[in-house]
Write a protein of this length. Structure first.
Length: 270
């Protein structure tokens, strides 16, 4: 069996596809960090070369009128066990068929599987757009913690840069321990928040919050509660539209603290 060993990156996967044109077809494409050597495996170590990766990426976009590169990235980020080989097979087929219509051929098992993954990833990205809640920290930047089912962080920057172009913000995936940061000019990857997270509440540590953030969160919770019509409460529909796994990161789902209630009452009295 030919096992392609990469550095685990998307670029490494593209380089594995590039190498497959000169080597035996892979039976698996694995990350070197988690691969356990087997005596009977034919190991092919693939070094990551950005030039080769870009060559593959441009090639598939030319062959599919620009439709393939984002699709392949979404499949890779889905973290499914068959993702790497699926990307490999799709790219080989796309380069052979060379037509945008190929990605609509759901009679092909790989195209169908790719479409299913794209739908699942698209749903998760849409939920991140809707459910992300930023908290203002004392340093003036806005922070959001997320824990998505799939690794969608690299696919979120375009939306939030357009929506919050004049803000400094950070979106951090607490499960995968990395995120993206925007400084008003460019987006970059980050691998920690420097102790800002309160693990007991899945929120930013209170000591790190801006002085007015707690009051704003309290007002938002009161608004969220006041617009709810108790007589028309439909818990099943609510959970279907807002799954419980996202609640711990939503400020409106956190209980009001005594100081927030006091601040709200003071504002009402003015």
């Amino acid at each position: 069996m030919s096992i392609y060993v990469t550095d685990g990156s998307f670029e490494g996967l593209l380089c594995a596809v590039f190498a497959s044109y000169r080597s035996p077809a892979p039976t698996a494409i694995v990350d070197a960090a988690v691969y356990q050597t087997n005596l009977f495996d034919d190991i092919i170590e693939v070094s990551t070369d950005e030039t080769n990766a870009l060559r593959v990426l441009k090639g598939i976009d030319v062959a599919t009128d620009g439709q393939a590169s984002r699709l392949c990235l979404m499949i890779f980020l889905s973290e499914f066990g068959d993702a790497n080989l699926l990307v490999y097979r799709l790219i080989r087929k796309m380069m052979r068929v060379r037509g945008a219509d190929f990605l609509g051929n759901y009679a092909d098992d790989d195209v169908l599987r790719a479409a299913q993954i794209r739908k699942m990833m698209g749903r998760e990205i849409h939920r991140m757009h809707a459910f992300i809640r930023f908290q203002k920290a004392a340093d003036g930047a806005y922070y959001a913690l997320i824990d998505p089912d799939f690794d969608v962080v690299p696919l979120l920057d375009d939306h939030f840069v357009r929506r919050f172009a004049d803000m400094r913000w950070r979106i951090f995936d607490v499960r995968r321990h990395y995120g993206i940061a925007y400084d008003g000019q460019a987006v970059q990857m980050i691998d920690s928040l420097g102790g800002l997270i309160d693990d007991t509440r899945a929120q930013l540590a209170e000591a790190m919050l801006d002085a007015q953030e707690k009051a704003f969160q309290g007002l938002w919770k009161v608004y969220f509660d006041s617009v709810n019509i108790k007589a028309r409460n439909n818990e099943k529909h609510h959970v279907r539209q807002l799954p419980k796994r996202y609640w711990k990161y939503l400020s409106e789902k956190q209980p009001l603290r005594a100081e927030q209630l006091e601040e709200i009452n003071l504002r009402r009295a003015r």
